[in-house]
Design a protein around this ligand. Sequence first.
Ligand SMILES: Cc1cc2nc3c(=O)[nH]c(=O)nc-3n(C[C@H](O)[C@H](O)[C@H](O)COP(=O)(O)OP(=O)(O)OC[C@H]3O[C@@H](n4cnc5c(N)ncnc54)[C@H](O)[C@@H]3O)c2cc1C
Length: 480
Amino acid sequence: MTPPYETHEHDVLIIGAGGAGLRAAIEALAQGARVGLVCKSLLGKAHTVMAEGGIAAAMGNVDKKDDWRTHFCDTMRGGKFLNNWRMAQLHAREAPERVRELEQWGALFDRTDDGQILQRAFGGHTFKRLCHVGDRTGLELIRTLQDRGVQQGIDVFMECTITRLIKDGERIAGAFGYWREQGRFVTFKAKSIVIATGGIGKAWKITSNSWEYTADGMALAYEAGAELLDMEFVQFHPTGMVWPPGVQGILVTEAVRGEGGTLKNNRGERFMEKYDPKRMELSTRDVVARAIYTEVKEGRGSIHGGAYLDISHKPAEYVKKKLPSMYHQFKELADVDITTGPMEVGPTCHYMMGGIRVEAETGQSTVPGLFAAGEAAAGLHGSNRLGGNSLSDLLVFGKRAGNAAADYAKSVQSGALDNAQLQDAEREMHACGWLAHVQSGLAPHAGLALDGISLGSGHAQRAGSPRKPRCSQSHRLSQL
Ligand SMILES: Cc1cc2nc3c(=O)[nH]c(=O)nc-3n(C[C@H](O)[C@H](O)[C@H](O)COP(=O)(O)OP(=O)(O)OC[C@H]3O[C@@H](n4cnc5c(N)ncnc54)[C@H](O)[C@@H]3O)c2cc1C
């Protein structure tokens, strides 16, 4: 039966256009699949673009002794050995190749004097391992993948939120969602789906994450019958901004410590000597976050309840070159010049280690035809992710999931989009006040917003047919 909504059909549908989704899409396309890529904001605005410090890969460009085995051991140790060891092995082994490939596709990394990709120190990594572009690595990664994907012919659907996966019997058959601009419903028919929707961090008040991180993919997969894993493993990054209140939680990249930044309490003591005398500021994130928390709780915190992070002993030009975003962030948001004085920092919710349970080799979830990659998937990082291991995760497992999803799509016929499930998905949207949310976007244009009756010029500007919401109570963060 033809569904009563606008419908698009592909072999493989990727939900999420960050690093994991884009890398999966590029790979599925390379395997000959017709690929659709859906994202709830604009292409290029995913979380990946915010990544600052770098991509971890044992290339051995700076520390010749580095190799994938050490990276594997560091990752397992950082994750308290609760990692899926096979994922950690594949990740450490394949990350260098994925970085080289990115470079071949046009990514321009910072360089060593002899022209190789430069690598910097980061917490929990034995050697200098993070390939980077100043403190704007995510921007370069997403730009490169986006150029490659669009040029190769991926169908991109922007500002479209998926709210339900549709099944045909036990297997995946498609997805249901709405266009954010107008609220109109849309369906996607697909033989396989890759979830690459990122994490959950916006559920916390003090967070480095943006509005998009609302656990959508985990909820979608769970409701479709997939198993979730390690949902209690949430990472608090030790260094978020603490002052002024309006910017609380915004990330202060670990690269500041990687470039030699020191942490001090209100007595001027380098307190990491007590918590990890060997690795000091470059200890793992869980240890540094707990150390700052303890210092504050025991009365040795900074004036606004954090710790002092100082990089001003380095030459000002060096700081501006290696940490340009941090320099501007503090200057513009806190009126602090980090080349002359310390920053105030404290823990902020940052990353979700838990998520959809997947097979290491393929990213296959426990639902046939449903795959996951990136922050939405669980296993690689155990109970604590090392900095830089997410960007390499996206590339390694994005590629693997895209490949496996394309393979699966070759092995099956299209499933049917069941009308009862679609109607149920639509009912759910009415019940949770989706239209009120769409209409709130009309507020700047509207004479009277949110009552569905008189929307003034906003109604005319954003064509569609808004109906009056039955209930404005949102029970599901993910749909907003
Ligand atoms: C400030 C900051 C700095 C970081 N720095 C680093 C770093 O230096 N190194 C490192 O390794 N890691 C870093 N991380 C972590 C890393 O950036 C993320 O873990 C990673 O980018 C996640 O990528 P992803 O592809 O899984 O998801 P994302 O990049 O978040 O992409 C998610 C996509 O899913 C879409 N989406 C979500 N829900 C829906 C839905 N319902 N329907 C349709 N689309 C949907 C979004 O629109 C988006 O396109 C940093 C994170 C932050 C927040």
